[in-house]
Design a protein around this ligand. Sequence first.
Ligand code: FE2
Length: 297
Amino acid sequence: MHPHQQSVTPRQQRSVTRITSGQRSQDGAGVNLTNYIPFPATLQLDPFLLLDVIKSDNANDYIKGFPPHPHRGFQTVTYLLAGRVRHRDSAGHSGLLQAGGVQWMTAGSGIEHSEIPEQESGLLFGFQLWLNLPAANKMQAPSYQDFEPAQIPEERRSPETKIRVITGTTAQGTTGPVKDIATSPQFFDVQLAEGGTYQETIPSEHTAFLFIIEGDVTVHGPISSAHITSNQLAVLSSGDKVSVEAASNSRFLLISGRPLHEPITRHGPFVMNTQEELVQAYRDYEAGNFGHVEGEP
Ligand code: FE2
């Protein structure tokens, strides 16, 4: 049989294999956040490298933001639910990310940027996800896919079931605007009313997880079910579909991606395949090869 040909097997429900409430952490110029990926243990969520969640209505937790810093070798995805963040980079790009919008940045060979909240009070609620790039793409030119809230399609399966599709395609055929990502991710923001059920297909080779934004849900696996509540991340087992029932009015992210199965050598803002490439990343950055964010020290 051709290796890419799928054999006909019964569809398999994914169940929950691990639940985490993350750990409080600090990054940037003193931004208080909760880190969910990487896990403290050895569990790998290839191709996902990091997930940080910022959620605070206390400006002291976020006001100083993330002053200029580099990235090389992967992608950063910023998805905001509340607040505004100004982004500026060493190539002269600048943009204001608003609630409901997404910025999908391919750092590739290297970029320096700053990410600073453009608000002095009120709620800031956002996600930053890092996705790895295959070795062959790590040194590609940096690029962006930025989308405003109105550019993200919302699929309605019932009056009370809404799916914002950022990237990937749902079981009902809605495709998100972020395209041509090496790891073919799905990134769906799902709202479900109490008692409602959401079923979605997930490519069987993908790593997948749920993050509960609000409410609480039950994930029905083939043998057992798991209950997950707000601010928890649930890793899903292998399989090709998931079934989520809302125990209360709920909102959650469903994220999946194709694992790369490549060696990872990472330190700080650089994620490469070998120690030599990591050392080279530091050398290139210190030599000024990434450029600098204009107007910043
Ligand atoms: Fe960054």
